[in-house]
Design a protein around this ligand. Sequence first.
Ligand SMILES: C[S@@+](CC[C@H](N)C(=O)[O-])C[C@H]1O[C@@H](n2cnc3c(N)ncnc32)[C@H](O)[C@@H]1O
Length: 261
Amino acid sequence: MIQEKSQSSIEEHVGETHFGYRQVPLEEKKKLVGQVFSSVAENYDLMNDLMSLGIHRYWKRRAIEVLDLPQNNTTRILDLAGGTGDLSLLLADKVKIGSQIVLADINYEMVSVGRTQRIDQGYNLPIDYTIANAEQLPYPDNYFDRVIIGFGLRNVTDKQQALDEMFRVLSSHGKILILEFSQVQNQPLSKVYDWYSFSVLPFLGKIIADDADSYQYLAESIRKHPNQKTLLSMLQHSGFQQCHYENFLQGMVAIHLGVKG
Ligand SMILES: C[S@@+](CC[C@H](N)C(=O)[O-])C[C@H]1O[C@@H](n2cnc3c(N)ncnc32)[C@H](O)[C@@H]1O
């Protein structure tokens, strides 16, 4: 059965927020999201490939292209909510020697699984791994040339505060890129996507990772995430200029970009 609810069907109450379709106390969401990612960490990369039929790799490569990396050896890049490090790996391939890549994520298991895999695969990457909350970044003002956040913002409790933080740590003329699930713009496709999200994803989660609930959360959290236009205005609200977005697969996923003027 498709358990679809419209964004407006759930009221937000003071002191509460949404965790998927559930209303939870604000302070509880971080813990619940933490449980999801601790639970999926071991199978995260495999599930990404299965769920998207590998297409997430294309979106990630495209994101790095659009990020327009400076080509000098002093570039500093933050891969926020970097998880198991797919984007950092692509970044490491594109930056000049001497550049600094910082992967920051709130979840120790996600970072640790990714870092161990890279070491086992024989990589020696110029990546600094940090455990940090996107809402309170432990970096000075104007520090990074680029901030990228891939499939992470959706999970953050206070998204506007996280965007404000990304603005703060970016240098003047620095760029932010958000790669995230978004709102499908095509009605027939949206019906198929709902069926896939609420039936196939939890089923895959159950048989591959013995964890249907985390993939049910994934489907719900996508529906609760601000759509393309709302996210664009949130970027502007944080102070970003030249804000625009690019849709993939009719808006299933979008890249949002902004510049700190
Ligand atoms: C779906 S994964 C994305 C990982 C990686 N960026 C990718 O594209 O494959 C979402 C990540 O966001 C992290 N996350 C959730 N809330 C966060 C927060 N408040 N601050 C930093 N990271 C957070 C999770 O721990 C998880 O690793």
